[in-house]
Design a protein. Structure first.
Length: 258
């Protein structure tokens, strides 16, 4: 586990875990000495508390054009190490298709051109990275809710999984493939979009071309880049480490609410 991750989990765990331990009749350390269980409990409590206090549809703060940061760092991968992705990029993503499948009634394959024809949303928001930096950017894209409506969700669907082009580790079981997930509450949020533009220009490769997730009420590592496929699932049990995301499989919290 990296020093950054250790410090972050300690700060979050000590603060939230302490809050749990002060609840009447609740002594988590006596019930379970596994620190990961304490952190997971704290994470669940934080998610529920945030949604109760803010409301499911509460908006992240949006800014003015004059607030846009003069530079916006590239977070995570600079470019996927994938021959398939390189071919898409070489052809300016004309042959790229977004696949939507899993627990849906009507599986979809949608081109970038078709995505751009759908009703779009533009929002100027702040990106908060777990590494300690923030930047304000202008994002334009398709509300995720619209695409899920095209596909139609089956009653058992609970989570939206984003499969990405980048592979951060070469492993035999494929666990290095980058993926991320959110639940249907965040998927249906009006500010959750699949962005294809940043600051009025098509996404650069460094910033996630051709499509990236913006789920504005969560930290930067949830904003998956290089999206290739969206899968609707009822649980994370069949997904690599079973925790709902690449970084979550390595100890990060699944719910990264701000």
């Amino acid at each position: 586990m990296s020093p950054l991750l250790t410090r972050r989990r300690f700060l979050i765990g000590s603060t939230l875990g302490a809050s749990i331990l002060t609840l009447p009749g609740c002594n988590m350390l006596e019930q379970n000495t596994d620190i990961d269980a304490v952190l997971r409990s704290a994470e669940s409590l934080t998610m529920k508390a945030q949604r109760v206090l803010q409301g499911r549809d509460a908006l992240a703060r949006e800014f003015a054009e004059t607030d846009i940061s003069p530079s916006f760092r590239v977070n995570g991968t600079n470019a996927p190490d994938s021959d398939e992705y390189a071919e898409f990029a070489e052809g300016k993503f004309e042959s790229w298709r977004l696949k939507i499948d899993g627990l849906v009634e009507r599986p979809q394959e949608v081109s970038l051109a078709d995505l751009k024809k759908l009703p779009a949303r533009t929002q100027i928001t702040r990106h908060d990275c777990v590494e300690g930096w923030s930047a304000i950017g202008k994002w334009t894209g398709v509300p995720l809710l619209s695409l899920l409506g095209l596909a139609g969700l089956k009653p058992t669907a609970r989570y939206v999984v984003f499969h990405c082009a980048d592979e951060l580790e070469k492993t035999l079981d494929g666990s290095g493939r980058y993926y991320e997930s959110i639940d249907l509450i965040d998927a249906f949020h009006p500010q959750t979009i699949l962005a294809y533009q940043m600051n009025g220009q098509d996404l650069s490769i460094g910033h996630g071309a051709p499509l990236r997730l913006r789920v504005e009420r969560q930290l930067g590592y949830k904003q998956a880049k290089y999206i290739m496929r969206i899968e609707l699932v009822d649980s994370f049990s069949g997904l690599w480490g079973g925790n709902g995301g690449y970084w979550e499989d390595r100890g990060y919290e699944w719910y990264a609410g701000i």
